[in-house]
Design a protein around this ligand. Structure first.
Ligand code: NAD
Length: 253
C-alpha cells in the first residue's frame, strides 16, 4: 500500500471543540498528515495551536458557542480565509448531561441536542454547500458514541443525540456521495477525557467498564488519530455513511 493515500497536504480541516480531548488529538493528527487546521472553540485552544504550528501547519483560531447555530455561516466564511477553501469537517464538539430520565430537565435535553446534533447538521450543511461550489469533493466526519448503538443509563439526551448523529451520517452520505462528499462517523468507546471524568472517578463504574473492554484499557485521545486521518483522506473515498467504532472491542463483546 502506498502511504501517500493518507496524505492531506494542501487540505484544510475544520475541527470543532479541539482545545482538549479527542478533538485536540484529531486536529493534531490531521496536521501531522499535512492539513492546515481551523479550530472552532469556546475557549482558547492554546496547546492545540502550538502543536499544529510546531508541525509547520497553519492554525486558524475561531471562537464560537455552537449552541447557537446562527454563528455557522460566519464560521464557514472565516474558515475560507485561511487558504481560500475548506475540505474536511470534523464535528467533534459535544456535551453530556447525567440525570435519571424521570427527573431529566428540559434544559439538559435542549442543550445537548443543540450542540451534539443540531450544530453538527448545520455545520455539515454549510460545508457541503461550500464543497459543491468548490467542485473538489469533501470529507465530513461526525463523532458518534457507543450510545449511537446502545441505550446507556441516565443520559437520555446524549443517547438520543448520538443515535441521531449515526442516522444523520447515513442520511447525508446518501445525498452527498454523488458530489464526492464522504460522510462518515467515528464512535469512540470509553476514552479518558474531561467528558468521562465523572465515570473515571467512580471507582466501581471504572473497574466494571475496564473489565468489559476486550482491549483491557480505556481509550486514549491518540487512538483517534489513525481513524480520523483514514476518513479524511482519499483512502476512504468509497466509504460512505459508515460509523466506525474505535472502542477496544466494546461493541464486539
Ligand atoms: P471534552 O469535554 O474533553 O471535549 C468536548 C469539546 O467540545 C471541548 O472542546 C468543548 O469546549 C467543546 N464544546 C462543548 N460545547 C461546545 C459549544 N457549545 N460550542 C463549542 N464547543 C463546544 O470531551 P471529549 O471526550 O474529547 O469529547 C469529544 C467528542 O467525543 C464529543 O462529541 C463526545 O460526545 C464524544 N465522545 C467522547 C467519548 C469519551 O469517552 N470521551 C466517547 C464517545 C464519544
Amino acid at each position: 500500500m502506498k502511504f501517500d493515500l493518507f496524505e492531506l497536504a494542501g487540505q484544510v480541516a475544520v475541527v470543532t471543540g479541539c482545545n482538549t480531548g479527542l478533538g485536540q488529538a484529531m486536529a493534531v493528527a490531521l496536521a501531522e498528515a499535512g492539513a492546515d487546521i481551523v479550530g472552532i472553540n469556546k475557549s482558547a485552544p492554546v496547546d492545540t495551536c502550538r502543536a499544529v504550528e510546531a508541525l509547520g501547519r497553519r492554525f486558524l483560531d475561531l471562537r464560537a458557542d455552537l449552541a447557537d447555530i446562527a454563528v455557522i455561516p460566519r464560521l464557514i466564511a472565516e474558515a475560507q480565509t485561511l487558504t481560500g477553501h475548506v475540505d474536511i469537517l470534523v464535528n467533534n464538539a459535544g456535551i453530556i448531561r447525567r440525570e435519571d430520565a424521570l427527573h431529566f430537565r428540559v434544559s439538559d435535553w435542549d442543550e445537548v441536542m443543540a450542540v451534539n446534533l443540531k450544530a453538527a447538521f448545520f455545520l455539515a450543511q454549510a460545508l457541503a454547500r461550500l464543497c459543491i461550489e468548490q467542485g473538489r469533493g469533501g470529507k465530513i466526519i461526525n463523532v458518534a458514541s457507543m450510545l449511537s448503538f446502545q441505550g446507556g443509563i441516565r443520559v437520555p439526551s446524549y443517547t438520543a443525540s448520538k443515535s441521531g448523529v449515526m442516522g444523520l451520517t447515513k442520511a447525508l452520505a446518501n445525498e452527498w456521495a454523488a458530489h464526492g462528499i464522504n460522510v462518515n462517523a467515528i464512535a469512540p468507546g470509553y476514552m479518558a477525557t474531561n467528558n468521562t471524568a465523572a465515570l473515571q472517578a467512580d471507582e466501581a463504574r471504572n473497574a466494571a467498564i475496564t473489565a468489559r473492554i476486550p482491549a483491557g484499557r480505556w481509550g486514549k485521545p491518540a487512538d483517534m488519530a489513525g481513524p480520523v486521518v483514514f476518513l479524511a483522506s482519499q483512502s476512504s473515498n468509497y466509504v460512505n455513511g459508515y460509523t466506525l467504532a474505535v472502542d477496544g472491542g466494546w461493541l464486539a463483546r
